[in-house]
Design a protein around this ligand. Structure first.
Ligand SMILES: C[S@@+](CC[C@H](N)C(=O)[O-])C[C@H]1O[C@@H](n2cnc3c(N)ncnc32)[C@H](O)[C@@H]1O
Length: 202
């Protein structure tokens, strides 16, 4: 089963458990809200799942749109947040194909909150290049990832995922043409270590 199929089969369950802003850690809200305040221009929530972060950013007054490759998620997002725009699509389609919107190449910010975690490490350079190409010059990318001592896969509840040493991810971002401007780590009781990286298109 692919990652998309695995999420599709459990989309409503995921949305019921994790698809509201109230279910999110206050520190994550602060991180995403303060990042968005500094972004100039429209924000793309790439791998938006049930769309709660997109809708939250829109409610705060940002121009925000979500994409996700799982049609079931996009349907839930559209139903739950009728005033917000969502499209079915993956990172690979960001700068071409059906997702080539008026904003392709000119997003002020891209949020990839835990949406890179299921990619094989070898896929990251191409995907980061896509994310970079989706951004305007000096546009900002915010990544949320599971932080690990080593790069290793683990049995995530929905589909296999990867732990990334945050420094390794930072180096990949630099190699892909970003300047990493912030790297924060956090360990919450009972949760896997978390890291958030902000990187600007060089
Ligand atoms: C752990 S969920 C995170 C969802 C949402 N960002 C959140 O914070 O709740 C991972 C998301 O990444 C999406 N995803 C997986 N592979 C993707 C790809 N190649 N392109 C875009 N999104 C992808 C999944 O469909 C899923 O919605």
């Amino acid at each position: 089963m692919t990652t998309t199929e695995a999420y599709g089969a459990r989309a409503q369950e995921y949305a019921d458990l994790l698809g509201t802003i109230e279910a999110m850690a206050p520190q994550d809200r602060l991180c995403i809200e303060s990042w968005a305040l500094a972004v100039e221009g429209p924000i793309l929530d790439a791998g938006c799942g049930p769309g709660h972060w997109t809708a939250h950013l829109a409610a705060l007054g940002h121009e925000a749109r979500g994409i996700d490759p799982v049609p079931e998620f996009v349907e839930i997002a559209r139903r739950s947040h009728p005033g917000v725009g969502y499209d079915v699509g993956s990172f690979a389609e960001l700068t071409g194909g059906s997702l080539r919107t008026a904003h392709a190449g000119s997003w002020g910010g891209v949020l990839a909150w835990y949406s890179l975690i299921h990619l094989e490490p070898g896929e990251l350079p191409d995907v980061l290049a896509q994310l970079r190409a989706a951004l305007r010059p000096a546009g900002s990318l915010l990544l949320g990832i599971f932080d690990g001592r080593r790069q290793e896969s683990f049995a995530h509840a929905v589909a296999p995922a990867w732990l990334w040493p945050a420094e390794t991810m930072a180096q990949l971002l630099e190699d892909a043409g970003f300047d990493v401007v912030s790297l924060e780590r956090r360990e919450d009781p009972g949760a896997r270590p978390h890291a958030a990286l902000i990187a600007e298109r060089r």
